[in-house]
Design a protein around this ligand. Structure first.
Ligand code: PLP
Length: 402
């Protein structure tokens, strides 16, 4: 409960759900139409074609009326058989949840990672994956599953390097990648990186409310799904692919969320995906400048892997990040992401994705700075002023073309 009467807009700066632009809200407010009628079929065909461009794929993209967790399950249920070994890499809380899901689905996940808390401050180590696959000449491992943008830490992973590691040993395992929080904010290339199944969701870079999620497929994944034995019905790709040929789904789709998706795709494609990505990189750099000026650390310890989507801000020893978040929420009506799992209480996360701009981020940093001051955190300097300078001195156009 806020300790004042809120006015103006709530600042939703968690790393998803991200703020939904008015243009998308308006598109979703149109009357629901017959999902078997001709108008819907045309919409379905149009958005199924456009969504491929965001994944950078020529191959089919499945859309589920489910949150990202559903699409995680779909990726495994369509490609794996009971007991199959899958190699997963511990990058943070979401990688851990996916591994737990694999266990519940009766798979045999092997969860490798850097020792201790290090894995939560770095990305996937492709050399460790290569070494493990080298030790599997029988090809018992059926899939390598990694998270592209670990939302719990603000660390991305080099997916092309994981593909090279698999190819270097000529291993046939599928490459399954979660870019639920990376798509349309962080560089992602389904075809070029040789990903077999990409999992994503609506409520992050696509700027939609939660409720739809995706599996982008490769021809190999579709082939493997024909003999995979895990039970599936709702998630099964085959009937969806067939219905999608005419722009329909085998069940009632989320019609109004699809209106929103269509609008989001138009917005992203009109702007140009590369411009959208440059915008995110610049915001992230501005936010990191603020963290540095405060004299604090970011969670990610590998500068090449800083997330353009969110920044994890590590609190000094003895400071409870959740207590800071509570002050910031109560005093400034600003929501920040909490530390999840092993990071609980150690850091908070600033989302800088989707429908933001320089000034909403300056306000966000202002809320963080004021909240930390109120809590008595010893700050070296003003992050807000540092970020203002950064944004003033780094116009987007120069960054986008450079
Ligand atoms: N994977 C990642 C990287 C996520 O960020 C999330 C949600 O934040 C999920 C999986 C789970 O998705 P959902 O909460 O939409 O089911």
């Amino acid at each position: 409960k806020l300790d004042f009467h809120p006015s103006g807009r709530h600042f939703l700066q968690i790393p998803g759900p991200s703020p939904v632009p008015d243009r998308i809200l308006r598109a979703m407010s149109l009357p629901t139409i017959d999902h078997r009628g001709p108008e819907f079929g045309a919409l379905g065909l149009d958005l199924l074609a456009k969504v491929k461009k965001v994944f950078k794929t020529e191959h089919p993209v499945i859309i589920y009326p489910a949150s990202g967790t559903g699409a995680w399950e779909a990726a495994l249920a369509n490609t794996m058989s009971p007991g199959d070994q899958v190699l997963m890499f511990e990058t943070g809380h979401f990688a851990t949840l996916w591994q737990k899901m694999a266990l519940r689905l009766s798979l045999t996940p092997e969860f490798i990672g850097l020792p201790g808390y290090d894995g939560w401050r770095h990305g996937v180590q492709a050399d460790m994956i290569q070494k493990r696959l080298e030790a599997d000449p029988e090809h018992a491992i059926k899939a390598v599953c990694v998270v592209h943008n670990e939302t719990s830490t603000g660390v991305t992973s080099d997916i092309a390097a994981v593909r090279r590691a698999i190819d270097a040993v000529g291993h046939p395992a599928l490459l399954i990648v979660d870019t639920i929080s990376g798509l349309a904010s962080a560089d992602y290339r389904h075809d070029e990186w040789g990903v077999d199944v990409t999992v994503s969701g609506s409520q992050k870079g696509l700027m939609l409310p939660p409720g739809i999620s995706f599996n982008a497929l490769s021809p190999k994944a579709i082939e493997v799904s024909k003999t995979a034995q895990l039970p599936r019905s709702f998630w099964a790709w085959d009937e969806i692919l067939e219905a999608n040929q005419k722009g329909y789904w085998p069940y009632t789709p989320s019609t109004n969320l699809l209106y929103g998706l269509n609008e989001a795709l138009d917005m992203l494609l009109d702007e140009g995906i590369d411009h959208v990505l440059a915008r995110h990189q610049r915001w992230a750099a501005g936010v990191r400048t603020a963290v540095e000026a405060w004299g604090l650390e970011v969670q990610c310890q590998d500068p090449a892997l800083y997330s353009p989507v969110l920044t994890g801000v590590v609190m000094p020893e003895g400071v409870d990040a959740d207590a800071i978040r509570k002050i910031i929420y109560e005093r400034f009506d600003l929501s920040l992401g909490m530390g999840l799992g092993k990071a609980k209480g150690k850091m908070f996360r600033i989302g800088h994705l989707g429908d933001c701009n320089d000034l909403t981020l300056i306000a966000t940093l202002g809320g963080c700075e004021a909240g930390m001051k109120l809590a008595g955190v010893d700050l070296q300097g003003s992050g807000v002023l540092a970020a203002l300078d950064y944004f003033a001195n780094h116009p987007l156009e120069a960054d986008a073309s450079g």
